[in-house]
Design a protein around this ligand. Structure first.
Ligand SMILES: *Cc1c(COP(=O)(O)O)cnc(C)c1O
Length: 644
């Protein structure tokens, strides 16, 4: 017999996408382990309650830096195992692409663990490079620079090399090479290395397929590669050229495509090497996918390979090509970001309420002979709908409803009649839905009806801020209640956020075989908050999230997991209302003066007393420090606090 907890584990697919980090404890709460097969665990409900006592309300982003370290180890182990098994002659190093999540807490944790294996950083802009230059890296690790570069960017790279980093400037366009050669003339001492980004013919798979192939935005064509080598030889700088780079996209879902790209890139590497270029680093880019839905398929939100399979294919394919061409095995550089960062962050927030969309009867409906014919007929349908006739009766109900609205628009029936008719219509739908779901095969039409009938849970967050990829590219994220998981969920719901945007919804959910249109949830408790976790949001979501409706960054807590449970190491308050409006250029003094002037006029006209005015001003100004999100259970979002 399966227990209720086993059942909810399966409903939400926790074991499929959780990578060994997430589970449910005996209390029915969602827990986080710092690594696979580690019995230490943090109880998310306890953390949220603890934060609430400290005045830190939801939404709150929980960061578990240990999960970044654990992913680093997983990747490193996979590669060192394949290198050993295939007797590959080179080594493997990572550079973390900062654009995935530039937060200092993430990058520092990555470096803390990664430095043991000489893992370095990848920067794609001047700002990222600026941050990277001051961070502690191991002396052998690399600092790889991708992206389009101007002279200033390249100068900063030279400064980095001179100050002791192993910098690689990856040439994306020929004009960058000219800058590099010019600046090299004026620099003494340690120079950066040069890499070439190649445009491969091979494409990736999934959402970012366009990042590869001949029409890709980035990379040098074959002629440009030869031209780069020629110019370097001409300038007697060919010794600077040390790396070959490609990146065919993020979230590469299909291992076959990855292998093909490796084959092509390894061949380019070998051919360049045979031109007496001292190239020794082959950078295979990022793109290792995260299995967000746990289906282990080539579906957009999944991946049909494990880290070990990925490592085996990369090592084996490159080795074969190099042996065939008789060139040394290169050091493999990998720029995986999503795979390292996705797991560590969880957004937890509360469901505020249910949004009524279908019409429920507030008072029981009674039908009498004075009612219009359509209402009487809808009433009959409601009484007699059954498992045998529900399909036909549902169609009849649709027709009657149509007729009813026509009559209403012609002024033939009253508002009361219309209200009665609507309630009866949705009653028929609910009953038909119940019968339809019992059938072996649920037709399209009744699938659609289920979506119409399901509850809409108003949830205290902004899709645009916290899971922007769900809005932008339909990416799926696992969503699970953090408590009550010892009781089976009995409701079906979609989620609405609190922005005033009809796109601010979540109506696609992870599923092993398909995409779920509705999520199994519990009824919203009356006297306590109902908390949901959005998981695997550590990659790309934070920095892509925006200020739509001036909802700011959520509160944040950094949590360490040890034998005793959890330890909250750091709390960072989310954006305040004041900070949010200042971002739109409303300075505090401008707003406060404006409000005071308005109130003063009312006082002057004797429409307010001095005392009332003072109270209004005090309340208005104190909201400057309040949270941009809804308060939980009517508590103010911030304690009264002095100005920062
Ligand atoms: C974005 C990017 C990456 C990271 O890709 P992931 O899918 O997050 O691993 C690596 N390299 C380059 C050049 C990128 O632009």
């Amino acid at each position: 017999m399966t227990t209720a907890i086993e059942q909810t584990l399966e409903t939400y697919g926790i074991e499929n996408w959780g990578a060994g980090y997430f589970d449910v404890n005996r209390k029915g709460n969602l827990i986080v382990h710092p690594s696979e097969n580690d019995s230490r665990a943090a109880d998310l409900k306890e953390i949220i309650d603890d934060l609430a006592r400290r005045g830190i309300g939801t939404p709150v982003l929980l960061r578990f830096p240990q999960l970044v370290a654990s992913q680093v180890r997983k990747l490193q182990r996979a590669f060192s195992k394949s290198i050993r098994e295939y007797e590959y002659q080179g080594t493997h190093m990572c550079v973390y692409p900062m654009k995935v999540n530039q937060q200092r807490a993430v990058v520092e944790e990555y470096l803390r663990e990664g430095s043991r294996y000489d893992f370095g950083l990848e920067a794609g802009s001047k700002a990222e490079l600026y941050a990277a230059l001051a961070l502690d890296q191991s002396s052998e690790s690399l600092l790889v620079l991708n992206g389009f570069k101007d002279e200033e960017f390249i100068q900063l790279a030279f400064i980095g090399a001179k100050s002791g980093k192993r910098v690689v400037i990856v040439i994306e366009k020929l004009s960058e090479l000219d800058h590099v050669l010019r600046i090299a003339e004026t620099h003494e001492g340690d120079l950066p290395m040069i890499g070439m980004r190649v445009k491969l013919y091979s494409k990736g798979s999934g959402r970012w397929e366009k990042s590869g192939g001949e029409a890709a935005k980035f990379g040098l064509t074959t002629t440009e590669i030869l031209e780069t080598i020629r110019r370097l030889q001409e300038a007697d700088r060919v010794d600077m050229l040390r790396l070959l780079h490609f990146h065919i996209g993020s979230q590469l879902t299909d291992i076959k495509r990855i292998k093909n790209a490796m084959k092509e890139a390894a061949r380019v590497y070998a051919k360049v090497r045979l031109m007496k270029v001292p190239i020794e680093l082959l950078d295979v880019g990022g793109g290792m996918a995260v299995d967000y839905d746990g289906s282990k398929t080539a579906f957009d939100s999944s991946a049909n390979y494990t880290a070990q399979e990925f490592a085996n294919d990369v090592i084996y394919t490159i080795m074969q090509v190099c042996d065939d061409e008789n060139v040394p095995h290169p050091t493999i550089i990998q720029e995986s970001g999503r795979f390292l960062a996705a797991y560590h962050a969880i957004l937890v927030t509360n469901v505020v309420d249910e949004i009524e969309t279908i019409v429920e009867d507030i008072t029981p409906i009674e039908i009498d002979e004075d009612d219009p014919q359509v209402v009487v007929e809808l009433g009959d349908l409601r009484e007699t709908v059954s498992v045998k006739n529900y399909r036909e009766y549902y169609h009849d109900a649709l027709e009657h409803r149509e007729e009813m609205f026509t009559m209403f628009n012609l002024g033939l029936i009253s508002l009361e009649d219309r209200a009665k008719g609507e309630v009866l219509f949705w009653d028929v739908c609910e009953r038909a839905d119940k019968y339809a779901q019992q059938a072996k095969y649920v037709s399209e039409e009744f699938g659609e009806l289920r979506r119409l009938l399901c509850a809409k849970y108003l949830t205290n967050f902004s899709v645009f801020r916290s899971v922007p990829d769900h809005w932008a590219i339909d990416q799926l994220f696992p969503i699970v209640p953090i408590h009550g998981l010892n009781k089976p969920p009995t409701e079906y719901a979609t989620l609405c956020d609190i922005t005033c945007d009809s796109d601010g919804i979540v109506d696609k959910f992870v599923d092993l075989h398909d995409v779920k249109q509705v999520l199994e949830l519990h009824p919203i408790p009356k006297d306590e908050p109902y908390y949901l976790a959005f998981l695997l949001v550590g990659a790309y979501q934070e920095v892509m999230g925006n200020n739509h409706n001036l909802f700011g960054a959520p509160n944040e807590a950094h949590v360490h997991i040890d034998e005793g449970g959890y330890l909250i190491k750091k709390v960072i308050r989310g954006t305040s209302i004041g900070q949010a409006v200042e971002r739109a250029r409303y300075e505090r003094s401008l707003l406060h003066d404006g409000f005071r002037r308005m109130v003063a006029q009312r006082v002057k006209r004797a429409e307010l007393t001095e005392a009332e005015a003072a109270e209004l001003i005090e309340f208005y100004e104190s909201r400057f420090d309040a949270y941009t999100y809804l308060s939980v259970n009517g508590k103010p979002t911030r304690g009264k606090r002095g100005r920062d």
